[in-house]
Design a protein. Sequence first.
Length: 197
Amino acid sequence: MALTKVTETVLLAIVSTASNGVTNGAALDVSTYYGADIRIRMGRGTGTAFTTSPIARVQVTYKTSPTVNDWSTVAECQPAVGATLASQAVSGTVNAGQATVLLAAGTNFAAGDYVFFHNGTLGNSEWGRVLSVSSATLTMEENLAFAQTGATARDQSEEYHLTLDLTAVQKLRVVIDANASGQACIFEAGLGAVTAL
């Protein structure tokens, strides 16, 4: 039997979950998938540390029409509470396709930071790794995908990678639990999968 790769599929579109809120992602039909690699990314919605870290739960069901009682948690991802967060407004014009970002200040940013650019249009927000910092200018490892003029850059973002066996699974979803987090959190999830030819 030949296998076919499924290109990246959205498992959880980028979403902001308020403190004490819960976001139940839509159920994705994976009945024809044998396995999947899942990427989950977290960005901070404010420059303040979490009171209690939010949790991203990966859940599966073996039913085609599940009820609330039919979901099982197979993995959890929980970021650090955070301390001494860097959070600065983008200064000036930052276009898509450029790697340098001028901020109001470079305080607490460092090379290697995984940064979230919180855009006023949430769907244009993005993550990137800092290559270097010079005063208030971040040079990113790769060019930005979206214009980030007016965005806010925050460090201490996190990315998680999971590999799941889906041979017995009908549907898959991600649930964001921000109970007692004290701050908004922003998550997105996508997957690549293997299916039969």
